[in-house]
Design a protein around this ligand. Structure first.
Ligand SMILES: [Zn+2]
Length: 160
């Protein structure tokens, strides 16, 4: 953990059951407390400009650094860390993250407005070529970098 910047936004996912993300959270750059973010869109908005505009508690309405953390980083859930400044998902598209059942990694894919699943930058490139209505987009608007699963928050039951 030491090598991770404390300001890196993180996502968290439940340790058991459906391996999808249940909570989005960002860490305050001043007090290092965790604040919940209600939607993936809001999380991506914060993440997309994280280096230029670090997140602080005051960014949330009626919240200051004096308020208790809304969520604690601990092993009661599995945490995955995103890199800052990843592109926001283009409007109409959906970015999905799926945690593998062995917790080894999160798979990233995009769902297009027409419901097609894109699994790689190559597939995005082909899709954009074939669909000129998205000519304002490029493969740079998509990121297949998967968040890093934090080893110390993987439930013991999955380690055999
Ligand atoms: Zn704070």
């Amino acid at each position: 953990m030491a090598k991770d910047s404390p300001k890196t936004p993180k996502t968290s996912s439940r340790g058991s059951g459906n391996p999808s993300i249940s909570i989005w959270a960002v860490q305050c750059g001043k007090c290092f407390k965790w604040r919940k973010v209600s939607t993936q869109e809001e999380f991506e908005e914060i993440r997309s400009k994280f280096n230029e505009e670090p997140f602080h508690c005051e960014n949330k309405p009626n919240v200051t650094c004096d308020d208790p953390a809304e969520i604690e980083y601990d092993s009661s859930r599995t945490w995955a860390i995103d890199k800052p400044n990843e592109p926001k998902t283009p409007i109409g598209f959906k970015r999905e993250l799926c945690l593998r059942s062995d917790y080894s990694k999160m798979d990233v894919y995009y769902i297009t407005p027409s419901g097609k699943k894109l699994r790689s930058t190559n597939e995005v490139g082909t899709f954009l070529q074939q669909n000129p209505e998205f000519s304002d987009l490029s493969t740079k608007n998509f990121s297949f970098k998967s968040p890093k699963i934090m080893d110390d928050t993987i439930p013991f039951s999955s380690t055999k």
